[in-house]
Design a protein around this ligand. Structure first.
Ligand code: GLV
Length: 388
């Protein structure tokens, strides 16, 4: 096993392995990337409270997520084009998550299809849904997720139009990649990547191929998204989606307290407080700064998950301290996937889990359920305000 002591080590390896076009896609935030930067900077600005001489033997990071046991308060999030970082990337990531005992979410915009993944893993996974104009196709997608025994549906609510990531425009991001001199050089200098993609089952969007018209010959991913995604999606449609999917429904991308209160009324089991990893509304507050208010408003009524800015075990601790029940990661595990396929994802999960375990010990906490604002430095006194 290669030595990857940190998520940053996996990131550096992924940067070397994966063609720039796909690595940039993973890294990017929208427009000026100020929200992307704020997600990480605000996270790092939350000090943890060092405690000593507390018996922290027999600790556990185990918890429950949507009522199911999990080895850590962690899930792998839905990533479009995951399978372009490594051949069969979604199957491999799902296997790594299931072996580690945490949930995996397959994206609508994945390379492996729902059926590919279901046929290659032992346990149920979550499926993420984008609402497209073609409602017949949406219904079909939900039915496919049901047939594959997916255990939760995650509806992304913050991407009805796409925030532009400038690098994707510069790089001419298409799937499969646009054939031009720069991309050809990029690919032939990444032989391990090219081999894995060649061996992989698919080279395009597995859930859409053969189902959605107009996928072939699209100028760019952004153009295609603009033509297919439904900007008229509104709260009314949640009822419709619930009628198709009576199971567990998560709304991902709620940042505002008022929206969170409406989400409670719809009866969803969970929301994820998120700004889409800084990839959508540039200028939105960091997700971690929005979290405490949302938790205070709705934390008793539904399960509050968190994503956008989680790169370490300390970050998971901070989000849990501010009331999230568990965290969803994207980039942190994609670096592992790009670095070393399934073993790299397994390593990313292990890094996050071990970091959390050590951070818990050094904060004097033995159980995930004990984590609250008291683990943040300076917030032990009720009179003290939150850091954000
Ligand atoms: C899709 O979810 C993206 O952020 O590109």
């Amino acid at each position: 096993m290669r030595a990857f002591p940190s998520i940053e080590d996996l990131r550096q390896r992924a940067r070397r392995n994966v063609p720039k076009l796909f690595f940039d896609y993973v890294e990017a935030g929208s427009y000026t990337q100020q929200t992307l930067r704020a997600n990480c900077a605000d996270m790092a600005g939350i000090p943890l409270r060092q405690r000593v001489l507390v018996d922290v033997d027999q600790r556990s990071t185990a918890t429950t997520i949507l009522g199911e046991t999990a080895s850590a308060p962690l899930a792998l999030g839905p990533i479009g084009l995951g399978g372009m970082l490594y051949g069969d990337g979604e199957i491999l990531a799902c296997r790594a998550a299931q072996a580690a005992g945490i949930p995996y979410t397959l994206s609508t915009m994945s390379i492996n299809s729902i059926e590919d993944v279901a046929g290659a893993v032992d346990k149920p996974f979550w499926f993420q849904l984008y609402v497209m104009r073609d409602r017949g196709f949406m219904r079909e997608l939900v039915q496919r997720a049901q047939a594959a025994k997916c255990s939760a549906l995650m509806l992304t609510v913050d991407l009805q139009v796409l925030g532009q990531r400038h690098c994707d425009v510069r790089n001419g991001l298409t799937v499969p990649p646009q054939i031009n001199v720069r991309n050809v050089i990029d690919v032939i200098t990444k032989p391990a990547w090219a081999w894995s993609i060649l061996k992989g089952k698919r080279k395009t969007f597995g859930n859409l191929a053969g189902h959605v018209k107009g996928m072939e010959g699209v100028g760019s991913l952004a153009q295609w998204t603009a033509s297919q995604f439904d900007p008229s999606l509104s709260w009314k449609d949640i009822e419709w989606i619930k009628s198709l999917w009576p199971g567990k429904l998560i709304l991902k991308g709620v940042l505002d307290v008022q929206d969170a209160r409406i989400a409670v009324k719809t009866g969803v089991i969970a929301i994820s407080v998120s700004n889409h990893g800084g990839r959508q509304l540039d200028g939105a507050p960091s997700a971690i700064s929005a979290l405490p208010r949302v938790v205070d408003a709705v934390g008793a009524d539904l399960e509050v998950l968190f994503d956008s800015g989680v790169r370490s075990g300390a970050d998971i601790m901070r989000a849990l301290a501010l009331g999230a029940r568990s965290c969803i990661v994207g980039r942190a595990y994609l670096y592992g996937l790009g670095a070393d396929g399934q073993a790299g994802v397994a390593r990313a999960i292990e890094i996050l889990q071990k970091e959390l375990d050590v951070i818990m010990a050094l904060c004097g906490v033995k159980r995930v359920a004990e984590i609250n604002r008291q683990v943040l430095a300076g917030y032990d006194e009720p009179s003290n305000s939150l850091p954000l």
